[in-house]
Design a protein around this ligand. Structure first.
Ligand code: HEM
Length: 358
């Protein structure tokens, strides 16, 4: 539906009434409606807005990591003020790094708010995009609070790990939003892969454990706490590293089994999205072993965090695409006798949610 489809119709109905009293009221209403519909955006413009929001969410993961890796986690001892009674203070480098990260939160907030406003003005309108983008705003607000809790608990590793985990949830949600705001053709185009959906869910669950539990747990025992006096998890680093690497191996094994299963089923479209994920996991494993054997240098840790972010995006894109493409084949609509798409919400085109064409 385009803006012109929604534009008021001047050719029929009471709008064309000869009654001058009525026509003034109607004209005002029409001008209002017309103005409202003038501020609409195309699916493609909305897609770009979401892409920018996703990039901003990824960048703040890295600036947040830089805070921890430069030991600036308690550069500001208070929150939201940097020092008691002082919103901004740059008396040393640690404070500057910590505050740059806090300021960048403003850019991320603007990005996700733009995604909400855009979802309201996007044509065709899709309520699902509004809810998802509102979820991003709620997540960024929760992140600001969790960041504050991390500072006020003097970088408790559970709070810091939770802060990282929530960033991954936000990156995942923004990736789903990006997928949903694009056009990916009809659902079920590779329904021969339907049987692989359960394996993909299991693989994603194990990936979530690696990214959200065993990784941050290892970080909580490791040397980069964000401040020399920060609390650490009482576990030997080699033990935590063993748990983390074993869970990563399990994730890799499941992913290889999934790729094999998709290849056997001839699901080539879905496989094309699995390969980047597989490559990212292999590189991430290599970086992981390198950083462990080199004594966990900060420059490799930041690469490992960038890798975790890339894996989150690639895994979400792959799995969301699999659910779309491997949905069951079109079923016959008993009411009309014509084929319809299972899982396509009422009122939406079976070709997917909107189209990013201008
Ligand atoms: C699928 C592969 C892997 C993924 C997705 C992954 C992900 C992660 C994540 C999310 C963190 C926590 C980052 C943070 O809290 O800031 C982490 C930390 C870590 N990972 Fe991995 N990892 C993988 C494989 C490995 C492997 C095979 C090793 C080898 C032992 C390894 C070694 C480490 C180390 C040493 C840390 C702690 C870094 C620090 O102290 O800051 N990783 N990993």
């Amino acid at each position: 539906m385009s803006a012109s489809d929604l534009a008021p119709n001047h050719s029929s109905g009471p709008e064309n009434s000869a009654d001058p009293e009525n026509s003034t009221d109607t004209d005002t209403r029409l001008t209002g409606e017309h103005r409202k519909e003038r501020f609409t955006i195309s699916a493609k413009t909305y897609w770009r807005i979401v892409l920018v929001a996703l990039i901003l969410l990824c960048v703040i993961v890295l600036t947040g990591a830089a805070v921890r890796l430069t030991g600036s986690g308690l550069g500001c001892s208070d929150w939201p003020n940097c020092e008691t009674g002082k919103l901004i203070s740059v008396s040393d480098g640690h404070q500057a790094v910590e505050q740059l990260n806090r300021l960048f939160t403003g850019a991320v907030s603007a990005g996700v708010i733009a995604a909400v406003l855009g979802a309201f003005r996007r044509r065709p309108y899709d309520r699902g995009l509004v809810y998802l983008s509102l979820g991003l705003v709620a997540g960024v607000l929760a992140q600001a609070v969790l960041g504050g809790i991390s500072v006020l608990t003097e970088l408790n590793p559970i709070a810091v790990g939770g802060h990282f985990g929530l960033s991954m949830v936000l990156v995942c949600a923004a990736t789903v939003l990006l997928w949903r705001s694009g056009d990916h053709g009809p659902r079920g185009s590779e329904s021969n892969a339907h049987g692989a959906i359960w394996l993909s869910w299991v693989t994603m669950a194990v990936g979530t454990i690696v990214l959200g539990i065993t990784g941050p747990m290892l970080t909580g025992t490791g040397p980069h706490a964000g401040d020399l006096d920060a609390k650490r998890i009482q576990m030997a680093i080699p033990d935590a590293a063993r748990i983390h690497s074993l869970s990563a191996w399990l994730f890799l094994g499941l992913l290889v089994a999934l790729v094999f299963s998709l290849w056997q089923r001839g699901a080539h479209r879905i496989l094309m999205r699995a390969y980047p994920l597989l490559v990212a996991v292999l590189i991430q494993g290599g970086i992981g072993y390198a950083q462990y054997n080199l004594g966990i240098p900060a420059w490799l840790v930041i690469l490992h965090i960038a890798g975790a972010t890339a894996i989150t995006i690639a895994a979400t894109w792959f799995h969301t695409g699999l659910l779309h493409d491997a949905a069951t084949v079109p079923i016959r609509d008993t009411a009309t006798g014509s084929p319809s798409q299972r899982g396509t919400p009422a009122g939406e085109s079976p070709a997917g949610i909107g189209s990013p064409s201008e």
